[in-house]
Design a protein around this ligand. Sequence first.
Ligand code: G16
Length: 505
Amino acid sequence: WPEGAITKVLEKSSLHPKPAGLVLQYGTAGFRTNAKQLDHIMFRMGLLATLRSRKTKATIGVMVTASHNPEEDNGVKLIDPMGEMLTATWEDFATQLANTEQKELLAALKDIINKEAINMKLEAEVFVGKDTRSSSASLSQAVLDGVHALGGQSKDYGLVTTPQLHYMVCCQNSHGQYGEATVEGYCSKLSQAFLALSKNASNRTDDQKHLFVDGANGIGAPKLREVESHLKKQLQISIFNDGSRGKLNHQCGADFVKVQQKPPTGVEISPGDRCCSFDGDADRIVYYYTDSRGFFHLLDGDKIATLISTFLKELLVQAGLDLKIAVVQTAYANGSSTRYLEDTMKVIVRCTKTGVKHLHHAAQEFDIGVYFEANGHGTVLFSKTAEEKVQLLAKSTNINDERKRAALLLQNTVNVINQVSDRRVIETTDAERRAVSPAGLQEAIDGLVKKYKQARSFVRPSGTEDVVRVYAEADSQESADALAHEVSLAVHRLAGGVGAEPKPL
Ligand code: G16
């Protein structure tokens, strides 16, 4: 142990005491609940990140955010060395540490140190970031206290988006190869690649260069303003819901738009305007527009994945590169998007459980793994081999113009993408598409689905909110709504629903 660390842990932990008996679960993206319950969790996640840094001999990230959840919640996302989410084996350590009673904390730490054979003499470094919630300042201080108590070094990035913190961690651990670990470095790397790519679409009209951005009243808005000057008017941005008036994620943001299938409040959109929405920590994006009849069209994660994989596949063919490309989705992906990708695009499609960490791992199995959750969370991963092949081709002098152009576009695409990730009575299997408990629920859902054309439905407990999510799809909006209602009634009846029965949509 670094000198004085044991005393410091004891001393500092008493300033961040755990309420006796409180038990919290590591959810889809880390711990997430009302901010009032999180002070000890943040301190302990500071401790855990410091251990993880010693174990991996690399910098670890801790982002204080509750993303799409309401303002009064908060949470923590832990970032592993290459910018990915904390490895699943350490989620158990996180849960143990979070739920250990105050007087057992030292023993719990020692247990992890022994199990993972961590050399406590090594240096440790943790990067910390936070979103704009009012509770984030004190909670990120609690994380820093945890890091310092165990003798770790820290760098506090203050207000940043989640993807920015992932980027910083990756830059630091790749010794600058991925980019410079500053907000300026982030803005300049991504915008340079964007400008190079947009030269390929030089005939865009002013309208096509204009994007309306809903900042969800969160961190995305101020951070986008910092990128704006780098974009040299190739993208003109009008930001609304920028946090100057409205409430975080309230009637706005990616989750609202996706779930409600309607534009956020706070903006008047005219037919054809190009719009998008971030969520509270700007790691989700969905696009939308209204047509001349006023109908709303959503371009969600399914559509984004389809467009990106189509674009990449065309470039691979033009470049003459033989790389294996796949799209990873979750059960929430609309059935038509899966059919289109498999049958028309002839792309491999994989389905995983909800949570970027699951999609990310599946995407790593391919040369190019495009992964998107329908809710707008995702990215594209290029394997080392894929990156090298693209770079080699882009440099080569003895290829024709078409191949060269495609290789350069692929190279800029690699750079523009930041590659970096009670309701529990319901248990699920098959990538969460079927419920195994409570008894009879899946049979009931199967029976209801049969009543509708082209229908699918599944239910699962959320890992970020205290709700059961019900998904339904069918050949018309009315049928999908009716199916969703019938399935929610079945959940209410068979899984011990609380309060009044769900109403029709
Ligand atoms: C987090 C996860 C996402 C997941 C979402 C909802 O997103 O990172 O992968 O889709 O929660 O999860 P659940 O359905 O379990 O509540 P975010 O943007 O809230 O961090």
